[in-house]
Ligand binder design. Structure first.
Ligand SMILES: [Zn+2]
Length: 278
């Protein structure tokens, strides 16, 4: 199984990006000197490559899914609206500001930019966002099946103490974006109920691999349920794994925090609204 390199340090991309027009696509080990730095053209090529992989892996259909990468000076490279991810090429990519205004490129930005914006604003360390509808993860989100209980060792180190589910919210819902912004500080990958999955990283490679790990866990747990059910890891096993995660610098900024009272009220309102609809 691919996993983000255990020794990557969240501070590295910020240091590298202090150098204008130099971008980080991959980091190996804990040293900035071992990060591969890239030109804007190479960044665009990597965004196209991830777009194609989303299609090859069948994690998207129609015009689903989107990919973005943070550039210096408040700009972002993003995939365009209305194109199948298998057909995206570098000429179609757009460069936008945080409000989603297209600064370069002739295409329109995808309509789910607010999801990416919420993550970038909540997490200054995040350099890339990947959104897709991978079938097993999305099916868990549709069925209300939680992936919050860790069942294997490696994903605890890579993703933390289970995968957070963000309650369903309608596109551009202010309350939904508040929920996502809160969840953003407590993890690096999320299930969006009745929608799909989101992942972020200090590099585009991390964001892609985290999406892969979410889908792989969802697939394994779905198969395990058909075989008689899942057997979660015990607390005694999880604690040292989380310590290893922390030592490796992989912990999200507020990973151990619980939702605030305001947030619990927001969740209660969303749940009440959904109950009225059904
Ligand atoms: Zn979506």
């Amino acid at each position: 199984m691919h996993q983000p390199p255990a020794q990557d340090n969240r501070e590295i991309p910020r240091k590298i990006n202090a150098v204008r027009h130099v971008y980080v696509l991959h980091c190996v080990g804990g040293s900035a000197t071992r990060c591969a730095v890239s030109s804007l053209e190479q960044v665009k090529a990597a965004v196209v490559d991830v777009s194609h992989k989303l299609a090859q892996r069948e994690w998207v259909a129609n015009h689903d899914g989107n990919v973005s990468f943070r550039l210096p000076e408040g700009r972002f490279v993003a995939t365009p609206s209305g194109v199948h991810k298998a057909d995206v090429d570098h000429m179609m990519l757009v460069i936008v500001d945080i409000d989603g205004k297209v600064l370069e490129g002739s295409r329109k930005l995808f309509s789910e930019w607010e999801l990416h914006r919420a993550l970038y604003e909540a997490r200054p360390d995040v350099m890339a966002v990947v959104h897709a509808h991978p079938p097993y993860a999305t099916a868990c989100g549709v069925a209300g099946v939680s992936l919050a209980q860790p069942v294997m060792v490696e994903p605890v180190v890579s993703l933390g103490d289970g995968i957070i589910s963000v309650p369903f919210f309608a596109p551009r819902s202010e309350e939904g974006l508040v929920l996502l912004a809160d969840a953003a500080t407590r993890a690096d990958a999320w299930l969006l109920e009745n929608h799909g999955a989101l992942s972020v990283g200090p590099t585009l490679e991390h964001a892609y691999l985290r999406m892969e790990l979410v889908e792989h866990q969802a697939k394994i747990q779905t198969i395990a349920r058909t075989l008689g059910g899942i057997r979660p890891l015990s607390h005694d096993v999880i604690v040292p794994l989380l310590e290893a995660r922390s030592k490796a610098g992989l912990t999200a900024p507020r990973e151990t925090a619980t939702p605030s009272a305001d947030l619990r009220e927001t969740i209660a309102r969303l749940v009440a609204a959904e109950l009225r609809l059904t």
